[in-house]
Ligand binder design. Sequence first.
Ligand SMILES: [Zn+2]
Length: 516
Amino acid sequence: MSAITQAASVLLTRGSNLPELLVVRRAESLRFFGGYHAFPGGKVVAEDEDVPVWSGPTPGRDARIACAARELFEETGVLLARRLDGSFPLDTNPWKERPRLLDDTLRFDDFLSTHRLRLHAADFLLAGSLITPEFSAVRFDTAFYVATLPPGQQADIWPGELDAGFWTTPDALLARWTRGECLVSPPTVSLLELLRGRPATDLPSLLAPVIRALAADAIPPIYFAPAVQMIPLKTIGLPQSTYTNAYLVGSEKLYLLDPGAHEEREQGRLFDLLDARLREAPAFEAVVLTHHHPDHIGAAAAVASRYRVPVFAHRRTVELLKGRVQVDRTLDAGDRLELGTAPDGSGPWHLEAAWTPGHAGGHLVFYEAHYRLLFAGDMVSMLSSVVIVPPDGDLTLYLESLRRLRGFDCRMLLPGHGAPTVRPKQVIDDALAHRAKREEQLLAALREGGPHTIADLASRLYRDLPAGLMPLAALQVWAGLEKLLREGKAARVGTVDPDTTDRHLWVAVACGERPA
Ligand SMILES: [Zn+2]
């Protein structure tokens, strides 16, 4: 499990009738929600612990309020600190020091005391804390505060970690998001949905039931795109991918992609979510499988029988699942799953299947053209490199399929493991480069002495890998050797142990040479 970092975020409001909120756009380069709209905020740093926060006659310490105030000032220039007479500063003097706070040459508590300014807890209304779900490699426990823009102050976003900021209402920003005009981080989407037509000061009471449900282990509402709910489920899998993302796509017609949960308890969490969604009366059309691996199909049969829906998959997947999951319809490249009217009312939208063999012989990905989404299954993993297990797995085909994925006009790639990415081409290029490097290393190891067993090659190539992961490394080497064999760059000589995958000795073949 990854460590959880404390963080704070501010919903800054202005105006009284229909209050607006300050929303910022995070720079593309940021690792966490780069390119997404969110509320200002950031992680707690050590010096936040030293900042006095006043809630009575004597100051106390509240690192998250200090963090909220510091991040808000650094990111937007809005200063939620009061003078000794209780008024907020209007003068420009403190603003001159903003760059020094940004580059960490000035401490926030020194800055405040120089200007005789105090943070008051009453200026920060705590709405509640949300923790990044466990599937994510980067996790935050973020306290969300509601605050009001002090009179006379203005927000001023400087290019850096953020590249834009603007005032908007929940309805206006959600409408833009629903039209596919911008990215909004999933927690921000959830908060904006709660705040539609409600004053921001209601947020603590609106958020409380959500926090209670999450504490009772409900699946969080994660929307990276409109009408696309990401559902990370605990699955039986390889290390680093003990979660597999199912996706519930559609608002009028629902398709559930890859429900992988195997355990009854985890399936129960999924059923609770589906029951709640189906109360809104959309039509549940089918369970759709990208491929046959256990961490993608664990709940397929259970969902199909509970909700009386068919299962769709590629014909190769049908063969491999025989006796385990009954597939009712085969899908092939170009087949469409109609989703009804798009969430913005602009017309029909659909998923289109593409056949991408390699990781699995029957692997399908699904492209959605309205928001330019690619449901990539296990073609790309955001957590580790994708494992290819021969003979169903085929590295040559996998690389061909991966290059084909690069050609999709895709804004967001939604993988089976890890968080969606808005830099799909970069991620695919990195994966291709990594494979090319591994192949070079494999050829170099083959040429050194030999003949070699697969285990021997794996231990040379993956020197620093924990022993428990070695069998996986051996599978990667095997997949690489099969590719080199097909290309005439490697050959099998002799037999070691006919009952295991490591049954042959392998040698490199120089150009045009035939092994003895
Ligand atoms: Zn897989």
